[in-house]
Design a protein around this ligand. Structure first.
Ligand code: C2E
Ligand code: CA
Ligand code: CA
Length: 725
């Protein structure tokens, strides 16, 4: 063996190896020890199999040079022990009498190589060298494998514990990998999805969008792209879940694609249902009224603006309706806001039943609703809807134990005649609505341009009215009430007028609705009552001791808790006899059948004050209602009197009302008597108390007292002439 070849063999080994020599031959042990030491190895000796096993158990060696033939424990026994105890030391057998059998058995038991004794140093060193190198490689490999194993576990753990679904799609867009999150979020076993197209779990509505997205994602090679869509859960009853799908095309240079060339896209699906629901709620809230769940003002304006654009293009007509509830404020104040809310909800349900699917009904605020009718077939169709609405709203609402009666005032503006801009149409519908309010409520009106002025006045009026109360701009006129049997003046009705500094003399229709809206009517009515009591009390003292005074009362006044005290206080202050005061209330006030109202009316009548139902016949009274209240007088509404044309016309409702009132032993007074024919007819039915232009218009008290006698005589003369014909 040459030095150079020995050196070469050694050089290939980077570092020295730890070697155990096991033999029973001391000479051999000695020489091997010397040789291997010389080449820098770390060598130990075991004399015999027993010692070898001991040393292998407690130390780590790269290489074992093992004699097969040893007394007691042979080399085979040692190898068997090593196999049993997982000792991975590389074994090279060095044996003298080598039978083929021995060697093949040793190799079967895991020996790496064998050498014959006496050994040739070069051969021995080369074999040692090879064995050690192999052992080192194996060790390194094992470490690597363990590391890979750990890293694979870590990745799997990360992937499966990800809050997102992670997936890989092949060129066809089919799943080739999915993490286990898909089971938790959508209920699929991930194996059942493998091989299926991702499209198969996308909700119907999002399919189009998703297809486009994935086609695009597969084609572009740069960056992540994402989409928000709904994925279908395995259980069709599970509620919809929304996901943000993000995908990255797998770049060619990446390992994944070089090893598995069919993978095209990998991506994540993040569950964003909660966020979407929160967003949807916020969105809903921004565009809806939460109480009625109807669109709100903003959404209404959006829709109207779109409708107008379309209508302009197609020369269509669009109608805007402004619906304001009558008497809602009173109900809200008296029954409380919970009842008020429930009423609004019930109203919106009824309104919805009157409209077509494409029309928009919105709650504009308070007790105001707006309705948008698309492409209407002209005015007649709109009017039909308005009439239907009025009819359904008139039906009583049953809330708890209350039957509530309300009405609606509807203003209509039709594009383009009634306004050609969004705000213009809404404003004009509002103006038309106020026209309805001003003329007795519970009806509809279509906007026309001559109305605009009234509306601008309305706002001004409210401001003016506060000042007018201080400046005493209100004046009371009186209208006579006559008895045709006794031919006497029996009473007067106080009717208010406003001497406005710039607008002139205003009739109640011009300002009472505004006064009620602003609640100024309460102050105004109290003022009127005091003043009328004072003026009539003066008359009492100057010889008209039995003259009755009728005063109109707004329902708002009656709503006040101290209503009774208020009235009695005024009577006491003005020293007015209670039995000569008659308060006129409308029958609608009685409709809502409220114990507190009944109670107040009872205390006031107990004090002697009389009660009259004004405009009787125009509301919803039934006999059963009337009996609950302490009513003295029915005032038959002038529309019924107006309907009397000739004496022959006996089919009049007036007949029915009068006979009913007589049956109930109520006083009757006919309002709005304008001509002798009407008077004659009323007389024939047994109605003797009358009021109307035939006997005098409302006027200042002094004028009335001076002229009523003459006027009455003239009226009676006419009647006699008719009767004698
Ligand atoms: P009302 O209580 O029904 O009063 C009768 C109305 O009919 C009065 O109108 C009167 O001028 C009118 N009238 C009287 N005779 C005839 C007639 O022969 N033919 C016709 N076509 N009309 C006749 P006015 O004074 O304009 O009052 C309108 C309404 O305003 C009243 O209707 C009443 O509801 C209300 N009102 C008047 N003054 C007051 C008040 O001080 N307080 C309250 N809360 N309301 C009042
Ligand atoms: Ca009246
Ligand atoms: Ca009346």
């Amino acid at each position: 063996m040459t030095t150079s070849s020995l050196e070469k063999a050694h050089i290939e080994l980077e570092t020295s190896a730890r070697i155990l020599l096991a033999d029973d031959d001391f000479r051999l042990l000695d020489s091997l020890h010397g040789l291997l030491k010389l080449y820098g190895h770390d060598v130990e000796i075991a004399v015999g199999g027993k010692e070898a096993i001991n040393k292998l158990n407690s130390n780590h060696y790269d290489l074992l040079l093992l004699d097969l033939r040893m007394p007691e424990i042979s080399g085979h026994d040692v190898m068997q022990h090593m196999a049993q105890h997982n000792i991975t030391t590389m074994t090279v057998v060095v044996s003298g009498e080598t039978s083929i059998d021995d060697i093949s058995r040793a190799l079967r038991n895991g020996a790496y190589d064998y050498l014959k004794k006496p050994y040739v140093p070069e051969e021995l060193l080369a074999t040692v060298n090879n064995a050690v190198t192999k052992k080192r490689l194996e060790d390194a490999n094992r470490v690597m494998e363990a590391r890979l194993n750990r890293s694979e576990k870590l990745h799997r753990c990360i992937v499966n514990n990800s809050p997102d679904i992670i997936y890989i799609l092949d060129e066809e867009g089919h799943f080739s990998f999915l993490n286990s999150k898909v089971e938790q979020l959508l209920g699929y076993d991930r194996n059942e999805l493998l091989g299926l197209p991702i499209i198969s779990i996308i909700e119907e509505d999002d399919l189009e969008k998703a297809r486009y997205f994935f086609e695009h994602a597969a084609r572009t090679q740069q960056g992540a792209r994402s989409i928000e869509i709904a994925l279908r859960a395995r259980d069709p009853n599970q509620s919809k879940r929304y996901f943000e799908l993000a995908v990255w095309p797998v770049a060619d240079s990446e390992d994944l694609i070089t090893h598995l060339p069919c993978y095209r896209i990998y991506g994540t699906a993040r569950d964003i249902t909660d966020r979407m629901e929160a967003e949807a709620f916020i969105n809903f809230q921004a565009y809806h009224d939460l109480l009625t769940r109807l669109p709100n003002r903003s959404l209404f304006k959006d829709r109207l603006s779109m409708a107008l654009t379309q209508a302009a293009r197609n020369t269509q007509r669009v109608a805007v309706m402004f619906i304001d509830l009558d008497r809602f404020k009173i109900i809200n104040d008296s029954l409380g806001h919970t009842m008020g809310d429930r009423l609004l909800q019930a109203v919106s349900q009824r309104l919805l039943s009157c409209i077509r699917k494409g029309d928009t009904l919105s709650r504009f605020g308070g007790d105001e609703f707006t309705l948008l009718l698309h492409d209407t077939q002209g005015q007649q169709a709109v009017v039909q809807v308005a009439e239907k609405i009025l009819e359904t709203i008139r039906e009583p609402f049953r809330l708890g134990e209350h039957d509530i009666h309300i009405g609606a005032s509807i203003g209509i503006a039709i594009y383009p005649e009634g306004g050609d801009t969004l705000d213009g149409l809404i404003k004009n519908a509002d103006i038309a609505m106020y026209r309805v309010k001003n003329t007795g409520k519970d009806g509809y009106h279509i906007f026309s341009h001559d109305m605009t002025t009234t509306a601008t006045h309305r706002l001004m009026l409210e401001q003016d009215m506060r000042r007018a109360l201080e400046n005493d701009e209100f004046e009371i006129c009186y209208q006579p009430q006559m008895d045709v049997l006794t031919e006497q003046l029996i009473g007067v009705e106080a009717l208010i007028r406003w001497n406005h500094p710039t607008l002139g003399r205003l009739a109640p229709a011009d300002f009472i609705p505004v006064a009620e809206d602003s609640r100024l009517i309460i102050e105004l009515d109290r003022l009127t009552l005091s003043k009328a009591c004072r003026e009539i009390a003066l008359l009492h003292r100057s010889g008209h001791g039995n003259l009755k005074l009728s005063v109109n009362l707004s329902p708002l006044l009656l709503e006040r808790t101290n209503f009774v005290e208020n009235i009695l206080e005024i009577l006491a202050r003005e020293q007015f006899p209670a039995h000569l005061l008659e308060l006129e209330i409308t029958e609608n006030l009685l409709m809502n059948d409220r114990p507190d109202v009944i109670e107040k009316l009872q205390s006031i009548t107990a004090a002697g004050v009389q009660l009259a139902i004004d405009d009787f016949g125009t509301g919803y009274s039934s006999l059963s209602y009337l009996q609950k209240f302490p009513i003295n007088t029915l005032k038959i509404d002038r529309s019924f009197i107006h309907a009397i044309k000739t004496l022959e016309e006996d089919a009049c409702i007036v007949n029915a009302i009068i006979s009913m009132a007589l049956g109930l032993k109520l006083n009757i007074i006919a309002e709005g008597v304008e001509n002798a024919a009407q008077l004659q007819y009323l007389r024939s039915l047994g109605c003797h108390a009358v009021q109307g232009y035939l006997f005098g218009e409302p006027e200042a008290l002094a004028n009335l007292m001076a002229t009523h006698g003459e006027k009455f005589k003239a009226a009676l003369r006419q009647t006699i002439r008719i009767a004698s014909k």
